[in-house]
Design a protein around this ligand. Structure first.
Ligand code: HEM
Ligand code: SF4
Length: 551
């Protein structure tokens, strides 16, 4: 865990009093909704279809047990008893009353949690791998750099009114769990030949109306220069980004229009000015941040404890173990993913009772730490293998041990027409229906890794472009229709999926997905050829033929 200092605490608290005053002025009518909009968007407050929504940041997806408990408290006291974990390591409360917002933020501030820069045209919550610091083989804990970028970008005066929102993600592992290639800036930590830590820098990735995969702008930027290099990118974007057209305002469009070489040359020129500035990170600064991350006092434990051997006789436990438990850097420990995708449930929701119980379990079994991943699941990053059977039994009772992580029912979905004022169509009920269709875990297991991502409109909050199967809600003559893409990926091999044909009506979506899955099962070369690999090998044609043969 990272320990905030006095400056952070003061900043967070002052922000709450400032916002309290703004809300007071809105409630008294002194501010119109239009005037208030800019102020609320500085504090993660959106106006949705039915109510205000509060989006709260979870920096680099790391939460302490008291922080999660406080979120449970906010859900219970000010909302309808649940919260929604998003694809960018945030949590959203959907039903908060405006008059309660300052109190909710004050309660969150008491544990160092805030909503700054979770909306608006600024640098948003810097995200990273939910397994940071515990994933085997990672170059270094990416949260150290995420924290440096967080401190650098928080309330940065020059970048508070960028042409559009700006998202940065970092990974330090070969397998990219942070989707860095679909971010405005993607950073991959690596060591150069001299053994120095630095970054491969990607720029111009993004989803939305015009999806792009990020391009490498510089293969190696030394760690000491990363802030000045990011600053140079932001400056070029701030100067040339298309403020004239909201649909063309993201950096991806600028990079596309200029071409990566020209954009890189502009950044390089700017960098010559900023490089030797106060932004250069000396070793002590990095060491200081590194030292503020406290790591658990791991014990020397066995990788094959008796408890684990005894529990292996239970097929249900074994299924969960195989599906939801991953290897850890430390011998005798494991990373446990908590599925927030129960069969028939809305993806990414957790009730206040579940959050409280997870906080208790984290204290008992994971050195008090919880992680949030972009797939809208949680993780306990530090579980002793001997505790896995006991933990599983308790998670199972809480409905948090569905063995579907990375399988067809581990669906990413945006709020869609159930909450969002921009939506064309529902997303959550489609996800719920699909989890029911594929509720048989043997079948899901046999199908293997398959990510379905659903968005309720072209803004792509549900990452549909990069789902192995992507489902996008569109409107046709006032009715909900859905475009289906296949072959997308969000990881290190990121690619935008291909449309298979005309949109299909709401009632037919689950049937279409069943047809696609059946074709895949018939077409795959081997049982371990993943869905995306079959699509890559054969293209979309065979799937298209099957789906539209009878439609
Ligand atoms: C009130 C609800 C929401 C509104 C009004 C909203 C609005 C938007 C808009 C307008 C965009 C397109 C931005 C662009 O391309 O310039 C967008 C993108 C995105 N949003 Fe949301 N969103 C909402 C909820 C969510 C939720 C719940 C999630 C996570 C589950 C989310 C995650 C994202 C992501 C990942 C993107 C696309 C990636 C990118 O920035 O290119 N949003 N959102
Ligand atoms: S994708 Fe569209 S419908 Fe879904 S949350 Fe984003 S803006 Fe709303």
């Amino acid at each position: 865990m990272y320990a905030y200092d006095e400056m952070d605490r003061t900043l967070v608290n002052e922000r709450v009093s400032e916002f309290r005053d703004q809300v007071k002025r809105r409630l008294s009518g002194e501010l119109t909704e239009d005037e208030f909009k800019m102020l609320r968007l500085m504090n993660g407050v959106y106006l949705q279809l039915h109510a205000y929504m509060l989006r709260v940041a979870i920096p680099y997806g790391t939460l302490s047990a008291p922080q999660l408990r406080k979120m449970a408290h906010v859900a219970r006291k000010y909302d309808r008893g649940y919260g929604h974990f998003t694809t960018r390591q945030n949590i959203q409360f959907n039903w908060i009353k405006l008059s309660d917002l300052p109190d909710a933020l004050e309660d969150l501030a008491s544990v160092g949690i805030h909503a700054m820069q979770t909306s608006g045209n600024c640098v948003r919550n810097v995200t990273t791998d939910q397994w940071a610091g515990v994933a085997p083989g990672e170059v270094e804990d990416p949260r150290i750099w995420a924290e440096l970028l967080r401190q650098y970008s928080t309330m940065h005066p020059e970048f508070t009114y960028l042409p559009r929102k700006f998202k940065i993600a970092i990974t330090a592992s070969d397998h990219d769990r942070a989707a860095i290639k679909v971010h405005d800036i993607g950073l991959r930590i690596l060591n150069n030949e001299a053994g120095e830590t630095g970054f491969e820098v990607l720029v111009g990735g993004g989803l939305g109306r015009t999806p792009f995969i990020g391009k490498v702008i510089k293969p190696f930027v030394h760690g000491r220069d990363i802030l000045s290099y990011v600053e140079s990118i932001l400056r070029v974007y701030n100067q040339y980004g298309r403020r004239d057209n909201i649909y063309k305002a993201r950096i991806k469009i600028l990079v596309h229009e200029l071409g990566i070489e020209k954009f890189a040359a502009e950044v390089e020129e700017e960098w010559q000015v900023t490089r030797e500035s106060a932004l250069q990170l000396d070793d002590e600064v990095v060491a200081d941040i590194r030292a503020r991350f406290r790591y658990p006092g791991y014990e020397a434990l066995s990788d094959t404890p008796d408890e684990l051997t005894a529990a292996s006789a239970d097929p249900q436990f074994t299924r969960w173990l195989k599906n939801s438990v991953a290897a850890h850097q430390q011998k005798g420990y494991a990373i446990v993913t908590l599925s927030l995708k129960p069969i028939g449930g809305p993806p990414g929701d957790a009730t206040a009772e579940q959050m409280d119980a997870i906080a208790d379990l984290a204290e008992k079994y994971s050195f008090g730490e919880i992680r949030v991943g972009h797939e809208q699941n949680l993780a306990l990053p530090n579980v002793a293998k001997r505790d896995l059977p006991a933990l599983w039994r308790q998670l199972d009772k809480l409905g948090l041990a569905t063995p579907n992580v990375n399988l067809i029912t581990d669906i990413i979905a945006c709020p869609g027409l159930d909450y969002c004022s921009l939506a064309n169509a529902r997303a959550i009920p489609i996800a719920q229906e699909l989890t029911r269709r594929f509720a048989n875990h043997d079948l899901a297991d046999m199908i293997g890794r398959l990510h379905i991502n659903i968005s309720g409109c072209i803004n792509a909050c549900g990452h549909h472009h990069v789902g192995h199967i992507g489902i996008l809600g569109v409107e046709k003559n006032g009715e909900e229709f859905y475009q289906i893409t296949i072959g997308g990926r969000a990881d290190e091999g990121a690619v935008v999926g291909t449309l298979i044909g005309p949109a299909v009506p709401y009632d037919d979506v689950a049937n279409v997905i069943e047809d696609i899955v059946e074709s895949y099962l018939a077409l795959r070369a081997r049982p371990d050829e993943l869905f995306v690999q079959t699509v890559e090998r054969l293209g979309v044609e065979p799937f298209k033929e099957r789906v539209y043969a009878t439609r």
